[in-house]
Write a protein that binds this ligand. Structure first.
Ligand code: PLP
Length: 317
């Protein structure tokens, strides 16, 4: 048995006072446009179970314990922050972990998978066609039969308990604010933030994938399933995907590098870099009224940087 979840919570999480996790970002653009921008440092929660992936796992870990499951089983790509988070959470709390990875095995393992393996995760590979079946009930029944002691978490970690965990991102924010900005993959995190704010403020989502429209429907469904009603105080800004998921452009790399130099905060190129680029761009375009207070959520994802730097031949730090 690993560390009880309550102890983990007090060690890594409750000690992270809300005021510490909210950081004012200052620069000449923000002063000129008379807006205030804070970064909510969810990336500081844990080095590997970072940011929104911890929020999404929290109640799933409780549920797995309650159901007396001894294994966490999930799905993800080879650079997945969620795979890394599940592997680390399993080690931290005494669950076995199994990761079904999209695509073929490559050696040497990239830093994400090497870390997952070092944390004790059993890696299984699914060809891309089989991987597409990962949410199909028949496929999941087979997996359940194969691994009866496993608590199954979907790709990216998004389910109703993940939405519940993400509602806590917006609890106890110690400043009055108008907007909250957050990157989106599956939209689970955004759905949690929107639900947590219960109709207050305006939430802006920045999809990391091309074609944000399908995401709109997914988020609406998550909110509806969780709350039984609709919430309208949110929008998706779909122009900041930089070509699509895990695609980057030189101006994004340069933005992340400059941001690090100026503020000593690392952004990742898949999610938070694109979101923050979008926030700057919208401020530049006078999207926000003067006097607006904007909170941008740093959802973490820093474990993936090493692997991406290697793969793409870039330096982000
Ligand atoms: C997974 C991830 C997201 C996207 O979260 P969703 O709930 O899938 O929308 C955003 N930022 C980071 C750093 C992530 O790892």
């Amino acid at each position: 048995m690993g560390v009880p979840i309550a102890i983990f919570l007090s060690r890594y999480f409750k000690s992270l006072a809300a005021s510490v996790s909210l950081q004012l970002i200052q620069n000449s653009l923000f002063s000129e446009k008379q807006v205030q921008v804070y970064l909510k440092r969810e990336d500081l929660i844990h080095p590997t179970i970072s940011g929104n992936k911890w929020r999404k796992l929290k109640y799933n870990l409780y549920a797995a314990r309650e159901q007396q499951k001894t294994t966490l089983l999930t799905f993800g790509g080879a650079y997945s922050n969620h795979i890394a988070a599940v592997a680390a959470a399993g080690q931290e709390f005494g669950f076995e972990t199994i990761g079904y990875i999209r695509g073929e095995e490559h050696f040497p393992l990239n830093p994400t998978l090497a870390l997952a393996k070092a944390s004790g995760m059993q890696l299984e590979y699914l060809d891309r066609e089989t991987y597409r079946e990962k949410s199909h009930p028949d496929f999941l029944r087979q997996i359940e039969k194969l691994h009866p002691t496993a608590y199954i978490i979907p790709e990216g970690g998004t389910n109703m308990l993940a939405v519940k965990g993400c509602t806590e991102i917006v609890q106890d924010i110690p400043v009055d604010f108008d907007y909250i900005c957050c990157a989106a993959g599956t939209g689970g995190t955004l759905a949690g933030i929107i639900t947590g704010l219960a109709g207050e403020k305006t939430i802006i989502g920045f999809p990391a994938l091309k074609g944000g429209e399908f995401l709109k429907e997914d988020i609406r469904n998550l909110i509806r399933n969780y709350t039984k009603y609709d919430l309208q105080n949110w929008v998706l800004e779909t122009n900041y995907h930089f070509g699509g998921y895990a695609k980057i452009k030189p101006e994004l790399v340069s933005f992340i590098q400059h941001f690090k130099q100026e503020h000593h905060i690392q952004l990742d190129p898949i999610y938070t870099g694109k979101m923050m680029f979008g926030v700057y761009d919208l401020i530049q375009q006078d999207y926000f009224n003067k006097g607006s207070v904007i909170i941008a959520v740093h959802t973490g994802g820093l474990q993936g940087i090493k692997g991406l730097e290697e793969r793409l031949g870039i330096i982000l730090g």
